[in-house]
Design a protein around this ligand. Structure first.
Ligand code: GLN
Length: 467
């Protein structure tokens, strides 16, 4: 059986069940593909060939996955693409890893990312360069750029990414795959290296909406190791897709998302996606999320504040890199961090420490939390009127490697994904078409109310069936 690496989860499972090929053959096919293509694409940082084949031999239903290099898998590296964790090997499985293993997935390789998930292009990785498989002169997006490049370039059957402000949805859009950011609390964060704990979620990056539903099924649910995962039932997501249709679905078009900064080609694809939904029977309603303009400012207070606290643990004592140039304990902390963290991570730690410092706490952090509540209420109000929202994912398609140098311009990539992250609802990026000029993939975003992934995926599936 040739080219098994092309398969998604659905086809791989069907082929395994029918006995068309074995899990070992499937895994070997991915290994061959990675050997062939990873030198150019750079999606994987490491690949455990022996371990993956052993797991495939042990489980005839095993389907290999690519794992973003900040999720702990026992016995594998977990670097967060940072020099500070180079050489670190994880002693335990994250809850999501335990769950995907129970659901017959194999944790085969570790994929690249922006250092500690801070960035939108994967150019902030300290450990390697990843390019976009659709156009290798361009970035794959970020921070889950390795996951997106692996899936989009057929170097993986599916992948796990994480999304704090857009890091699953934007790279999915750039690399022509499906990416789901689950509602905050739907998926356990235990064993997932924290960036901003009130925003981070693990989610599937896949070749189809059905695959995303299957992988989300494995990930979702209450975990006693993560107090932010409520004990509410997990629907059968694959079942929710049966007979998916847009007929009579009320889709909100948030007017604040159609602004000047939106690239005309991306706008054209988004407009066409809206028309596709309308033609398929959806009722399109213009809605307003009036506090959208503050979302970026709120995010760049809240996320760095939490990051500055979360990253304090990397001090050269317990994990990873330790400076050998220090003669006292203070220097040991300071030098290990100065040598280990890259520039974007340092920028976030400095910003976060500043907004939390006494005298500024109320003015920045306290106010940001209040505005965050207003942003969340905007969504709660519109979801009383519509089933889901339809919006762009990112203002542009994939940009050239090295093209965006200014950090503030880079931050604008997440303009349309950050509000939903702050609100804690669920959203998905689904491939919607290609730009006319450079033939680059562009996704469209659907957003649904918190814990309504069933509804979200049903809309996404119905749309996918139309394009
Ligand atoms: N690009 C955003 C940032 O740099 C979001 C990253 C993410 O979602 N992990 O913070």
């Amino acid at each position: 059986m040739s080219e098994l690496w092309k398969l998604g989860i659905t086809e791989a499972r069907a082929g395994l069940a029918k006995g068309d090929f074995s899990s070992v053959e499937l895994t070997q096919s991915i290994i061959d593909r990675v050997r062939d293509r990873n030198g150019e694409i750079g999606a994987y940082l490491t690949f455990d060939e022996e371990g993956a084949l052993a797991a495939a031999r042990a489980n005839p239903k095993g389907v290999p996955l690519a794992i973003k290099d900040l999720i702990n898998v026992r016995g594998q590296p977990c670097t967060c693409a940072s020099k500070i964790l180079k050489g670190y090997v994880s002693p335990y499985d994250a809850t999501v890893i335990r769950k995907v293993k129970e659901a017959d997935f194999i944790c085969a390789g570790r994929v690249n990312m922006d250092e500690f998930a801070m960035g939108s292009s994967t150019e902030n990785s300290a450990l390697g360069r990843t390019v976009n498989p659709c156009d290798t002169s361009r970035v794959p997006g970020g921070s889950s750029g390795g996951s997106a490049a692996a899936v989009g370039g057929d170097l993986a059957i599916a992948a796990l990414g994480t999304d704090t402000g857009g890091s699953i949805r934007q790279p999915a859009s750039f690399c022509n795959c499906v990416g789901v950011k689950p509602s905050y609390g739907r998926v356990s964060r235990y064993g997932v290296t924290a960036f901003a704990s009130s925003l981070d979620q693990v989610g599937p990056m896949t070749k189809s909406v059905t695959d995303a539903a299957l992988l989300l099924q494995a990930l979702a649910g209450h975990d006693e190791m993560d107090g932010t995962t409520p004990d509410i039932p997990v629907p059968d997501y694959a079942k929710a897709l049966e007979g998916a249709s847009l007929k009579g679905v009320k889709l909100g078009l948030p007017k604040e998302y159609f602004i000047d900064g939106l690239d005309p080609e991306v706008k054209a694809i988004t407009d066409a996606a809206v028309k596709t939904c309308a033609d398929a029977g959806a009722e399109i309603v213009e809605v307003s999320l009036p506090h959208t303009e503050y979302a970026m400012a709120v995010y760049y207070i809240v996320a760095p504040a939490e990051a500055s606290a979360n990253l304090a643990r990397f001090d050269g004592v317990r994990y990873g890199h330790r400076s050998d140039k220090s003669d006292n304990v203070f220097n040991l902390y300071a030098r290990s961090r100065a040598e280990g963290f890259g520039p974007e991570v340092k920028r976030r730690i400095i910003m976060g420490t500043y907004v939390l410092s006494s005298g500024y706490y109320d003015a920045y952090y306290g106010r940001a939390l209040k505005v965050r509540t207003l942003i969340r209420r905007d969504f709660e109000e519109v979801f009383k009127k519509v089933d889901a929202l339809i919006a762009p994912v990112a203002p542009t398609a994939a940009f050239k490697i090295g093209e965006v140098q200014d950090p503030l311009t880079m931050y604008l990539n997440d303009l349309f994904t950050i509000p939903g992250s702050l609100a804690g609802n669920c959203s998905v990026s689904v491939p919607a078409g290609f730009t006319a000029s450079a033939h680059l993939p562009v996704g469209v975003q659907f957003i649904a109310d918190a814990f309504r992934e069933d509804k979200l995926l049903r809309v996404a599936k119905a749309f996918e069936d139309c394009v």
